[in-house]
Design a protein around this ligand. Structure first.
Ligand code: PLP
Ligand code: ZN
Length: 456
């Protein structure tokens, strides 16, 4: 263990160096324990700002050592990939208020066989779905719910419950972390537009699940009205506390590469919180001298819900909103992305790219990756299909170190897998379908099939 972090420093309740500020640049600081989601002057999103000077008191190498030393500890709460970076997240959170189920520290593995098929020698998959509720949303929720827990212990606290609108994974994470902390959660879902697994998670965790006859963007409008009263705290990613947790994934990737940034990161995007978070983590590491180059970020959209792609195609001359069409990648079925301005900055600052994939492309990409041992959710399929396009176009080169962020666990999307292998998905060719063979229990018949299939 590194011994240069005194308990007082690690567990300080002083938050004067970490506060909300307006993302568009208005003057003013707000406590992160205040119930506030937008700039009171211009209505822009807020961001949690960490003043750099105090952080620079520890040099880059010392930061690396400190985070390395915590990476698999059981010393509360540092075993969490998020809280192992506590000083860069919410340093003023007290140990007893950390609501963590040891999220993060997910595997980053070399996808050698898949990479070879795509023409890449250095392809890596960051499996964020190997987390408590099966998606990266856990990273943001541990932070948000922890801050709420600390708020609820403060004098004159108005907050009694947490709420979110969700395409499925946000609600699963919120419900789990709220239940762990004993805080009531209210979930707004678009009825019939989330997978069975995604619906049953908040139900099991005891949340108040309200399935509305609208789409995600419709749920988002309702939750914003319901949370105008500060007794119900808004847990969507327009609440920038979520971004603080999610930004740790980029830092974790760099740590896993022995503190070197990759050349490319491909990430599926919908509401645009996660790519903003990724960029924020890299920006912090650049400012502190922990890395010396930015990776190029690739935002991957489903063609059925591609407002960010359309904005990018217009050189970001203005925000485009669409009515999101039906897509297998339901967690990114979003037509009016909340974190648009932050994501534009993420793409522009990193010389990034936005590309999109059709239903057939995303399903084929996921199926092909599965044949190399993965079990991809449809969103990861979107990222892989986009990756394939950029390699074919010669933008991503064979030796570029490339990371694909796999955002959820494939087991949350078995309807998608079953539909694919039964060749029953609309607009999808199921080229790689591999349905089971049903046979009589006869050794002779079995031998015949093995001979047919394997020549053995
Ligand atoms: C939430 C989610 C995304 C998109 O993240 P945004 O922050 O909305 O852009 C992608 N994939 C999965 C599985 C998700 O749950
Ligand atoms: Zn402002």
């Amino acid at each position: 263990m590194s011994n240069d972090v005194s308990p007082a420093q690690a567990n300080s309740t002083d938050d004067s160096n970490v506060y909300f500020r307006c993302f568009a640049g208005c003057e003013g600081k707000h406590s992160i324990y205040e119930v506030i989601y937008r700039c009171p002057k211009c209505n822009s999103l807020l961001e949690v700002h960490h003043e750099r000077e105090p952080l620079k008191k520890r040099n880059a190498y010392k930061w690396q050592q400190l985070f390395d030393s915590r990476s698999s500890t059981t010393n509360w709460p540092y075993g969490s990939g998020v809280w192992g970076q506590r000083e860069w997240v919410i340093p003023s959170l007290r140990d007893e208020n950390v609501v963590s189920m040891c999220e993060g520290n997910t595997n980053l593995f070399w996808a050698n066989r898949l990479g070879k098929q795509l023409g890449l020698n250095d392809l890596w998959i960051k499996l964020c779905g190997n987390s408590h509720t099966g998606s990266f949303k856990d990273l943001g929720m541990t932070v948000l719910v922890s801050v709420v827990k600390q708020m609820m212990g403060m004098p004159n606290n108005p907050v009694k419950a947490v709420a979110c609108a969700s395409t499925g994974d946000t609600s699963a994470a919120l419900a789990a972390y709220a239940a762990y902390a004993g805080i009531p959660a209210i979930i707004f879902l678009p009825a019939g537009k989330v997978s069975t697994a995604q619906l049953i998670q908040p139900v099991s965790n005891g949340a108040h699940v309200l399935a509305l006859d609208t789409d995600f963007d419709g749920c988002m409008k309702i939750v914003q009205e319901v949370t105008e009263d500060s007794s119900i705290y808004l847990a969507n990613s327009m609440n920038s506390l979520r971004i603080e947790g999610q930004k740790t994934v980029g830092i974790e990737i760099v740590r896993q590469f022995d503190w070197e940034a990759p050349d490319w990161i491909v990430i599926p995007v919908g509401n645009l919180g996660n790519i903003s978070a990724l960029h924020k983590g890299f920006q912090l590491m650049m400012d502190l001298g922990v890395i010396n180059k930015m990776p190029r970020l690739v935002a991957a959209q489903a063609a059925q819900a591609d407002p960010f792609y359309q904005s990018y195609s217009n050189d970001f001359s203005g925000k485009t909103s669409v009515t999101a069409g039906e897509t297998l990648a339901n967690a990114i079925r979003i037509g009016d992305p909340v974190s648009y301005e932050k994501a534009v900055k993420a793409v522009q600052d990193t010389n990034g790219i936005v590309e999109r994939a059709t239903e057939n492309e995303l399903a084929a990409a996921a199926a092909k990756a599965d044949l190399t041992g993965m079990f991809c959710c449809p969103h990861t399929g979107v990222a892989l299909a986009v990756l394939e396009k950029l390699v074919k176009r010669g933008v991503i080169k064979p030796d570029d170190r490339t990371v694909v962020i796999s955002t959820a666990h494939g087991l949350k999307f078995t309807d998608f897998k079953v539909g694919y292998h039964e060749s029953k998905l609309d607009g999808v060719e199921s080229e790689h379908a591999n349905p089971p063979v049903y046979l009589d229990a006869s050794a002779a018949k079995v031998k015949e099939v093995i001979k047919q299939r394997l020549g053995l």
